[in-house]
Design a protein. Structure first.
Length: 333
């Protein structure tokens, strides 16, 4: 078998499984497979999936998923759902997708506020999929469609489906929000509904593919070592046509050394030029990739409350109180 570097690494690590964390929150028991059969365009894919635990603290998980071949949604349902739903797309520089930090950890906070959460584990662009850089977007479009198509059966509002993306996941969520071209052929009835979210929340997003503010690792994984100017323009969020896009919320730390704050600033300018309702929050400190746990006690730690309050003003996340949701982590007032 002719194995490329990614395949060899994947096979070498295939036996690795997440380390048990006795004190960490349990994983959701409900998962949804995105595709009724194999994911599209996998004829040349030979990687073996793995999930790696990076945490050495038994109190929390810090996992990433790599070489994903069967994308899934992990579902967190609140005790008292308010009808809103949220597709969460974690980051990982398009090299992997984190599971906890920007996925399940964030989902638990929003679920405590009554939002039904779906955490996406998506395919990666360098693993041999026929769609190349559009393979992750295929999964994101399919995921949003599934959430919306199932909404009535799940007791959710199909017109209140939001997306939250962080870092490279913010780039993917941005493409899901801006682009209007379907990236795969319909496979069932769920593909008859729109894949465009009703609200978009982007945390420290990778936006541009161009120097000097590009996150070089994300560009390399998405577009290769030497992408053309045309490819960089096509996949730069600030260069996309945002006409008619839904309201968008941006959050970034100004001391982000991995994804410069100019990614959000340039994108904000593009949103304003297109007439897209937008709200942006910039914090002096916070760094990159903070999610929930890594920002506790710092000014940027209020970001979930800010996002929920913004959503509530747009009819997405209603007000909740401790009486509504015992033990709720977030209360919007």
């Amino acid at each position: 078998m002719d194995l490329n570097r990614r395949t060899a690494l994947g096979l070498a690590a295939a036996a690795m499984t997440p380390v048990s964390r006795a004190g960490a929150p349990g994983d959701p028991v409900e998962t949804i497979r995105l595709w009724p059969g194999a994911a599209p365009g996998g004829a040349r894919v030979t990687v073996s999936p793995r999930v790696v635990e990076r945490s050495t603290d038994p109190a929390f998980h810090d996992r990433f998923a790599q070489y994903t071949t069967e994308p899934i949604l992990s579902v967190l349902r609140p005790a008292r759902p308010n009808g809103a739903s949220l597709l969460l797309i974690p980051g990982g520089g398009y090299k992997w997708a984190v599971v906890d930090k920007e996925g399940l950890d964030c989902a638990r906070v929003f679920a405590a506020a009554g939002v039904t959460c779906f955490v996406l584990r998506y395919r990666l662009p360098g693993d041999g999929w026929a769609a190349g850089p559009d393979a992750p977007l295929q999964d994101a479009q399919r995921a949003l469609r599934l959430i919306r198509a199932r909404a009535a059966a799940d007791g959710l509002d199909p017109t209140q489906v939001a997306v939250l993306g962080a870092s490279a996941g913010g780039h993917l969520a941005g493409m899901l929000t801006a682009r209007t071209d379907a990236t795969y052929a319909a496979v069932d009835g769920a593909d008859g509904v729109s894949f465009r979210p009703d609200l978009s929340i982007l945390l420290y997003p990778v936006a541009t593919m161009a120097d000097p503010f590009v996150h070089a690792g994300s560009r390399r994984e998405l577009l290769g070592e030497a992408p053309t100017a045309e490819a960089m323009a096509r996949y730069s969020l600030e260069r996309m046509d945002w006409t008619g896009a839904p309201p968008t919320f941006l959050l970034h730390a100004m001391d982000d050394a991995a994804v410069p704050v100019e990614n959000s600033l340039q994108l904000l300018a593009a949103l304003r030029a297109a007439g897209v309702p937008a709200e942006a929050h910039l914090f002096e400190e916070g760094g990159h990739g903070f999610g929930i746990r890594l920002i506790e006690g710092k000014p940027a730690g209020v970001w979930p409350q800010l996002a929920l309050a913004w959503g509530a003003r747009r009819g997405w996340s209603r007000e909740v109180s401790p009486a509504d949701e015992p033990g709720a982590a977030v209360v919007v007032r």
